[in-house]
Design a binder for this molecule. Structure first.
Ligand SMILES: Cc1ncc(COP(=O)(O)O)c(C=O)c1O
Length: 389
């Protein structure tokens, strides 16, 4: 193609979202251990894997219904009731998607007009500004400040304008691991009801909580019918490649999201939908085991990072730990991460992709701990080289 890239594509490239692929490619070409992208290098519950094999063997291999197979929609509704006491009608208020990523894209495309504003908490998961741009919307950020990564209610109120349409709430949060508490969620709920805003929540780490308790925003006063609740099976069952996600929302919102979703993938992942339905029916202890196991991996990685002199911002949930590399005399996270494969054989992620204000990310590096003990130990052994430089 000659000349300028079309407007949307150049806006997306400007967001710099290719960092994860670039860092994974760097890991591959240098033989470095990849603590960049967040995917486990171990399997989740065997019952869930077996259910997928069974579903393929039983011939569940053609298009599923657009809203997802009925057993999975029922299992999702039952999951919301069992864990949070929230009632959703599986036929009218639940939609299965190609991961949380498609759910988020469909929600923002469905609910935003060109020129609308989307509120994000910064740092943000990098897909959010991208899907806002795809919808022709713009985003505004409300800073979460370290070390506790909370927000100032006045900043939140000040970010609202007449063009604000919706707030994206990611708790448990990537990349900080923060789990919003009752007061923070109540403040968001007050803002949404006062200004008649919609909320779209990304709860993919809901079962990977080490400190505190995950509370869905939809359970707060006035939020049931103005919240699009999104989650997915990838993290809960360590099957990130399956891309089975879902949306729970009131019928008008759900219908709008489905209208957008049907022209993205229409539908997909039939055998995996059967397997996730089986997974969501597992006893509490089996579901909690994935998070408990990950807590030990967090402790292992964070302890090791501290031992090489890095300041660790200990996460309350999820797959990732942030470190401040200023503690080892480094001044530039991007330069540090680009040099790390050669210097110590490990790949990590510079965090500027999660910020509008890249100065706030200058010395923050993100490390994934959703890796086998052997991988984590080898990465930590290699990182000892940092102390010897
Ligand atoms: C906050 C957040 N949302 C969504 C996703 C992607 O979810 P899915 O694989 O279900 O599309 C991720 C994956 O890293 C994430 O961290």
């Amino acid at each position: 193609m000659s000349g300028r890239l079309p407007y949307l594509n150049s806006r997306l490239q400007g967001l710099g979202t290719t960092i994860f692929a670039a860092m994974s490619a760097l890991a591959e070409s240098t033989g470095a251990i990849n603590l960049g992208q967040g995917f486990p290098d171990y399997d989740g519950p065997s019952e869930v894997l077996e259910a997928a094999r069974r579903a393929i063997g039983e011939g569940h291999n053609q298009y599923p219904p657009g809203r997802g197979i009925a057993p999975l929609r029922r299992a999702i509704a039952e999951h919301q009731r069992r864990f949070y006491g929230l009632e959703f009608d599986p036929d009218r208020e639940v939609l299965v998607t190609a991961g949380a990523t498609e759910a988020m894209a469909a929600a923002v495309l469905a609910l935003c007009e060109v020129g609308d504003e989307v509120l994000l908490f910064e740092p943000y998961y990098d897909a959010y500004p991208a899907v806002a741009a795809m919808a022709g919307a713009t985003h505004k950020v409300v800073p979460l400040r370290p070390p506790d990564w909370t927000f100032d209610e006045a900043d939140l109120a000040a970010a609202v304008t007449p063009r604000t349409r919706l707030v994206v709430v990611n708790s448990p949060h990537n990349p900080t691991g923060r789990v919003f508490g009752r007061d923070e969620l109540a403040a968001i709920a007050r803002l949404c009801t006062a200004h008649d805003l919609l909320a779209v929540t990304d709860e993919v780490y809901e079962h990977l909580v080490f400190e505190g308790e995950h509370l869905p925003l939809a359970g707060f006063e006035g939020m049931r019918d103005r919240t699009v609740t999104i989650s997915s099976a990838g993290k809960t069952f360590s099957v990130t490649g399956w891309k089975i996600g879902w949306v729970c929302a009131s019928p008008p919102l759900l219908g709008a999201v489905q209208t957008a979703k049907q022209y993205l993938t229409y539908a997909g992942g039939t055998p995996f939908q059967h397997a996730v339905a089986a997974g969501l029916a597992l006893p509490d202890a089996r579901i909690a085991a994935v998070g408990n196991d990950l807590r030990a991996r967090r402790d292992r990685l964070c302890g090791g990072l501290r031992a090489v002199g890095l300041e660790v911002l200990e996460p309350e949930s999820g797959y990732f730990a942030l470190t401040d590399i200023a503690s080892i005399g480094e001044t530039d996270a991007t330069a540090f991460c680009l040099a790390a494969p050669e210097r110590c054989g490990v790949v990590a992620i510079p965090t500027h992709v999660f910020f509008d204000d890249v100065d706030r990310a200058r010395t923050l590096v993100r490390w994934a701990f959703c890796k086998s003990t052997a991988t984590l130990d080898e990465a930590l052994r290699r990182l000892e080289a940092l102390g010897r430089d």
